[in-house]
Design a protein around this ligand. Sequence first.
Ligand code: OAD
Length: 257
Amino acid sequence: DDLERLADDVRSADAVVAFTGAGISAPSGVPTFRGDDGVWDRFDEGQFAYGRFQRDPEGFWRDRVELQRVMFDEEYEPNAAHEALAEMERDGDLEAILTQNTDGLHGDAAAAIDDDAEDGEPTVLELHGNAQRVRCTDCGKRRDGDPIFERAANGDRPPTCKCGGVFKPDVVLFGEQLPGAVIQRARSLARESDVFLAIGSWLVVEPAASLPRRAASTGATVGIVNLESTPCDDIADAVFREDVTAVLPRLRDLAAE
Ligand code: OAD
Protein backbone atom coordinates (compact mmCIF):
# COMPACT_ATOMS: atom_id res chain seq x y z
CA ASP A 1 0.00 0.00 0.00
CA ASP A 2 0.95 3.70 0.03
CA LEU A 3 2.58 3.53 3.44
CA GLU A 4 4.75 0.57 2.45
CA ARG A 5 5.87 2.43 -0.66
CA LEU A 6 6.66 5.53 1.42
CA ALA A 7 8.60 3.39 3.91
CA ASP A 8 10.62 1.94 1.00
CA ASP A 9 11.46 5.49 -0.09
CA VAL A 10 12.44 6.41 3.48
CA ARG A 11 14.73 3.37 3.65
CA SER A 12 16.52 4.15 0.43
CA ALA A 13 16.70 7.95 0.95
CA ASP A 14 19.85 9.81 1.93
CA ALA A 15 17.90 12.62 3.56
CA VAL A 16 14.43 12.40 5.04
CA VAL A 17 13.03 15.62 6.47
CA ALA A 18 9.91 15.86 8.63
CA PHE A 19 7.96 19.08 8.85
CA THR A 20 5.36 19.28 11.63
CA GLY A 21 2.52 21.56 12.72
CA ALA A 22 -0.05 21.79 15.48
CA GLY A 23 -1.72 18.51 14.43
CA ILE A 24 1.17 16.40 15.72
CA SER A 25 0.66 17.79 19.23
CA ALA A 26 -3.16 17.59 19.17
CA PRO A 27 -3.15 13.97 20.49
CA SER A 28 -1.06 15.27 23.42
CA GLY A 29 -3.89 17.68 24.24
CA VAL A 30 -2.24 20.86 22.95
CA PRO A 31 -4.97 22.91 21.23
CA THR A 32 -4.56 23.58 17.50
CA PHE A 33 -4.89 27.07 16.06
CA ARG A 34 -7.59 26.61 13.48
CA GLY A 35 -10.49 24.21 13.16
CA ASP A 36 -12.96 23.07 15.81
CA ASP A 37 -12.17 24.55 19.19
CA GLY A 38 -9.02 26.15 17.74
CA VAL A 39 -7.21 28.77 19.77
CA TRP A 40 -8.14 31.50 17.30
CA ASP A 41 -11.82 30.86 17.94
CA ARG A 42 -11.26 31.93 21.52
CA PHE A 43 -8.71 34.69 20.98
CA ASP A 44 -8.18 37.37 18.38
CA GLU A 45 -4.87 36.91 16.56
CA GLY A 46 -4.37 40.70 16.73
CA GLN A 47 -4.04 40.56 20.51
CA PHE A 48 -0.78 38.69 20.04
CA ALA A 49 0.61 40.57 17.08
CA TYR A 50 4.08 42.07 17.12
CA GLY A 51 2.64 45.56 16.57
CA ARG A 52 0.53 45.19 19.73
CA PHE A 53 3.59 44.07 21.69
CA GLN A 54 5.42 47.21 20.59
CA ARG A 55 2.47 49.58 21.08
CA ASP A 56 1.00 48.18 24.27
CA PRO A 57 3.39 45.75 26.00
CA GLU A 58 1.34 45.85 29.21
CA GLY A 59 -1.87 44.77 27.46
CA PHE A 60 -0.01 42.26 25.33
CA TRP A 61 1.41 40.57 28.41
CA ARG A 62 -1.97 40.56 30.19
CA ASP A 63 -3.54 38.68 27.25
CA ARG A 64 -0.49 36.50 26.73
CA VAL A 65 -0.75 35.21 30.30
CA GLU A 66 -4.31 34.08 29.44
CA LEU A 67 -3.17 32.43 26.20
CA GLN A 68 -0.36 30.68 28.02
CA ARG A 69 -2.93 29.35 30.50
CA VAL A 70 -5.11 27.94 27.73
CA MET A 71 -2.26 26.53 25.67
CA PHE A 72 0.18 25.31 28.30
CA ASP A 73 -2.03 24.79 31.32
CA GLU A 74 -1.09 21.14 31.63
CA GLU A 75 2.22 19.43 31.44
CA TYR A 76 1.90 18.01 27.97
CA GLU A 77 3.72 14.80 27.12
CA PRO A 78 5.05 13.76 23.73
CA ASN A 79 2.76 11.22 22.00
CA ALA A 80 3.46 8.17 19.82
CA ALA A 81 3.97 10.36 16.74
CA HIS A 82 6.66 12.54 18.41
CA GLU A 83 8.26 9.34 19.72
CA ALA A 84 8.26 7.66 16.30
CA LEU A 85 10.03 10.65 14.74
CA ALA A 86 12.55 10.85 17.60
CA GLU A 87 13.33 7.15 17.15
CA MET A 88 13.68 7.49 13.39
CA GLU A 89 16.07 10.36 13.97
CA ARG A 90 18.08 8.39 16.53
CA ASP A 91 18.26 5.41 14.17
CA GLY A 92 19.51 7.53 11.29
CA ASP A 93 16.29 7.34 9.25
CA LEU A 94 15.56 11.05 9.68
CA GLU A 95 17.87 13.96 8.91
CA ALA A 96 15.94 16.75 10.60
CA ILE A 97 12.64 17.77 12.14
CA LEU A 98 11.33 21.21 11.21
CA THR A 99 8.46 22.33 13.37
CA GLN A 100 6.09 25.26 13.55
CA ASN A 101 5.15 24.23 17.07
CA THR A 102 6.37 26.15 20.08
CA ASP A 103 5.50 23.47 22.64
CA GLY A 104 8.96 21.86 22.77
CA LEU A 105 7.53 18.31 22.53
CA HIS A 106 9.95 17.13 19.82
CA GLY A 107 12.83 18.04 22.08
CA ASP A 108 11.15 16.29 25.01
CA ALA A 109 10.64 13.13 22.93
CA ALA A 110 14.31 13.14 21.86
CA ALA A 111 15.48 13.69 25.43
CA ALA A 112 13.28 10.82 26.66
CA ILE A 113 14.99 8.23 24.45
CA ASP A 114 18.50 9.63 24.47
CA ASP A 115 20.08 11.08 27.59
CA ASP A 116 22.68 12.83 25.48
CA ALA A 117 20.15 14.68 23.34
CA GLU A 118 19.94 18.33 24.21
CA ASP A 119 16.40 19.69 24.30
CA GLY A 120 15.43 20.72 20.81
CA GLU A 121 19.00 20.46 19.51
CA PRO A 122 20.49 19.98 17.07
CA THR A 123 18.15 18.20 14.70
CA VAL A 124 14.90 19.93 15.72
CA LEU A 125 14.53 23.31 14.08
CA GLU A 126 11.82 25.31 15.86
CA LEU A 127 10.75 27.76 13.17
CA HIS A 128 8.38 29.70 15.41
CA GLY A 129 10.46 29.57 18.57
CA ASN A 130 9.66 28.04 21.93
CA ALA A 131 6.82 29.27 24.13
CA GLN A 132 8.41 27.90 27.29
CA ARG A 133 11.12 30.54 27.01
CA VAL A 134 11.26 34.33 26.98
CA ARG A 135 13.88 36.54 25.38
CA CYS A 136 14.97 40.04 26.33
CA THR A 137 14.33 42.45 23.46
CA ASP A 138 17.42 44.48 24.43
CA CYS A 139 20.26 42.16 25.47
CA GLY A 140 18.83 39.06 23.74
CA LYS A 141 19.24 36.83 26.78
CA ARG A 142 16.91 33.80 26.85
CA ARG A 143 15.28 32.66 30.09
CA ASP A 144 12.96 29.90 31.25
CA GLY A 145 9.46 31.35 30.79
CA ASP A 146 7.65 29.98 33.86
CA PRO A 147 8.90 32.48 36.45
CA ILE A 148 8.46 35.35 34.01
CA PHE A 149 4.88 34.36 33.12
CA GLU A 150 4.19 34.12 36.83
CA ARG A 151 5.54 37.61 37.40
CA ALA A 152 3.35 38.91 34.57
CA ALA A 153 0.31 37.07 35.97
CA ASN A 154 0.93 38.80 39.30
CA GLY A 155 0.85 42.23 37.71
CA ASP A 156 4.52 42.83 36.87
CA ARG A 157 3.76 43.90 33.29
CA PRO A 158 5.57 44.05 31.04
CA PRO A 159 8.19 41.93 32.79
CA THR A 160 11.69 43.31 32.32
CA CYS A 161 15.18 41.87 32.28
CA LYS A 162 17.97 42.87 34.67
CA CYS A 163 19.31 45.05 31.85
CA GLY A 164 16.02 46.97 31.78
CA GLY A 165 14.84 45.54 28.45
CA VAL A 166 11.32 44.16 28.03
CA PHE A 167 10.91 40.37 27.85
CA LYS A 168 9.03 38.90 24.91
CA PRO A 169 7.86 35.29 24.66
CA ASP A 170 10.60 33.57 22.60
CA VAL A 171 8.22 32.93 19.74
CA VAL A 172 7.58 34.49 16.36
CA LEU A 173 4.54 36.75 16.73
CA PHE A 174 2.09 37.63 13.97
CA GLY A 175 3.55 40.37 11.86
CA GLU A 176 7.07 39.45 12.92
CA GLN A 177 9.59 38.09 10.45
CA LEU A 178 11.05 34.65 10.95
CA PRO A 179 14.82 34.96 11.38
CA GLY A 180 16.35 34.84 7.89
CA ALA A 181 18.91 32.20 8.84
CA VAL A 182 16.15 29.87 10.07
CA ILE A 183 14.17 30.23 6.82
CA GLN A 184 17.30 29.63 4.75
CA ARG A 185 18.09 26.49 6.69
CA ALA A 186 14.52 25.18 6.35
CA ARG A 187 14.52 25.86 2.62
CA SER A 188 17.82 24.15 2.00
CA LEU A 189 16.79 21.13 4.07
CA ALA A 190 13.60 20.88 2.00
CA ARG A 191 15.49 21.24 -1.28
CA GLU A 192 18.10 18.67 -0.33
CA SER A 193 15.62 16.12 0.99
CA ASP A 194 14.81 12.90 -0.87
CA VAL A 195 11.68 12.37 1.21
CA PHE A 196 9.75 15.28 2.70
CA LEU A 197 7.03 14.44 5.21
CA ALA A 198 4.50 17.16 6.11
CA ILE A 199 2.74 16.13 9.32
CA GLY A 200 -0.20 17.73 11.11
CA SER A 201 -0.12 21.06 9.36
CA TRP A 202 -2.76 22.71 7.28
CA LEU A 203 0.13 24.13 5.19
CA VAL A 204 -1.37 27.58 4.72
CA VAL A 205 1.04 29.80 6.69
CA GLU A 206 4.47 30.55 5.20
CA PRO A 207 6.99 29.00 5.09
CA ALA A 208 4.94 25.83 5.62
CA ALA A 209 2.94 26.51 2.49
CA SER A 210 5.94 26.54 0.15
CA LEU A 211 8.31 23.95 1.68
CA PRO A 212 6.58 20.86 0.24
CA ARG A 213 6.60 22.43 -3.25
CA ARG A 214 10.25 23.31 -2.87
CA ALA A 215 11.04 19.71 -1.93
CA ALA A 216 8.94 18.33 -4.80
CA SER A 217 10.59 20.69 -7.29
CA THR A 218 13.96 19.03 -6.66
CA GLY A 219 12.51 15.55 -6.97
CA ALA A 220 11.74 14.61 -3.38
CA THR A 221 8.96 12.18 -2.57
CA VAL A 222 6.38 14.19 -0.63
CA GLY A 223 4.15 12.50 1.95
CA ILE A 224 1.39 14.36 3.81
CA VAL A 225 -0.23 13.18 7.04
CA ASN A 226 -3.12 15.43 8.05
CA LEU A 227 -6.73 14.91 9.08
CA GLU A 228 -8.04 17.47 6.62
CA SER A 229 -7.03 18.18 3.04
CA THR A 230 -4.29 20.75 2.41
CA PRO A 231 -3.43 23.04 -0.51
CA CYS A 232 -0.35 20.86 -1.14
CA ASP A 233 -2.21 17.54 -1.54
CA ASP A 234 -2.08 17.90 -5.33
CA ILE A 235 1.73 17.77 -5.42
CA ALA A 236 2.07 14.98 -2.84
CA ASP A 237 3.03 11.42 -3.78
CA ALA A 238 1.01 10.04 -0.88
CA VAL A 239 -1.65 11.63 1.34
CA PHE A 240 -2.74 10.00 4.61
CA ARG A 241 -5.87 11.63 5.96
CA GLU A 242 -5.42 9.89 9.29
CA ASP A 243 -4.36 10.56 12.85
CA VAL A 244 -0.61 11.16 13.18
CA THR A 245 -0.40 8.55 15.95
CA ALA A 246 -1.83 5.90 13.59
CA VAL A 247 0.55 6.61 10.72
CA LEU A 248 3.98 7.50 12.15
CA PRO A 249 4.62 4.50 14.40
CA ARG A 250 3.72 2.24 11.44
CA LEU A 251 6.00 4.19 9.14
CA ARG A 252 8.85 3.88 11.67
CA ASP A 253 8.29 0.12 11.95
CA LEU A 254 8.08 -0.43 8.19
CA ALA A 255 11.17 1.73 7.55
CA ALA A 256 13.14 -0.23 10.15
CA GLU A 257 12.34 -3.62 8.60
P1 OAD B 1 -3.24 24.45 12.14
O1 OAD B 1 -3.99 24.49 13.42
O2 OAD B 1 -3.48 25.49 11.14
O3 OAD B 1 -3.45 23.04 11.44
C1 OAD B 1 -3.32 21.86 12.15
C2 OAD B 1 -3.73 20.73 11.22
O4 OAD B 1 -3.58 19.49 11.93
C3 OAD B 1 -5.19 20.81 10.77
O5 OAD B 1 -5.23 20.81 9.36
C4 OAD B 1 -5.84 19.53 11.35
O6 OAD B 1 -6.71 18.90 10.43
C5 OAD B 1 -4.65 18.64 11.59
N1 OAD B 1 -4.80 17.72 12.72
C6 OAD B 1 -5.34 17.96 13.94
N2 OAD B 1 -5.26 16.87 14.73
C7 OAD B 1 -4.64 15.91 14.00
C8 OAD B 1 -4.26 14.55 14.25
N3 OAD B 1 -4.48 13.97 15.44
N4 OAD B 1 -3.66 13.86 13.25
C9 OAD B 1 -3.44 14.43 12.04
N5 OAD B 1 -3.76 15.71 11.75
C10 OAD B 1 -4.36 16.45 12.71
O7 OAD B 1 -1.71 24.40 12.58
P2 OAD B 1 -0.41 24.76 11.79
O8 OAD B 1 -0.48 24.36 10.36
O9 OAD B 1 0.71 24.23 12.61
O10 OAD B 1 1.81 30.41 13.85
O11 OAD B 1 -0.43 26.34 11.91
C11 OAD B 1 0.65 27.05 11.43
C12 OAD B 1 0.90 28.30 12.22
O12 OAD B 1 -0.27 29.11 12.26
C13 OAD B 1 1.20 28.10 13.69
O13 OAD B 1 2.54 27.78 13.94
C14 OAD B 1 0.86 29.43 14.28
C15 OAD B 1 -0.47 29.58 13.61
O14 OAD B 1 -1.06 30.78 13.60
C16 OAD B 1 2.32 31.27 14.74
O15 OAD B 1 2.02 31.25 15.93
C17 OAD B 1 3.30 32.25 14.18
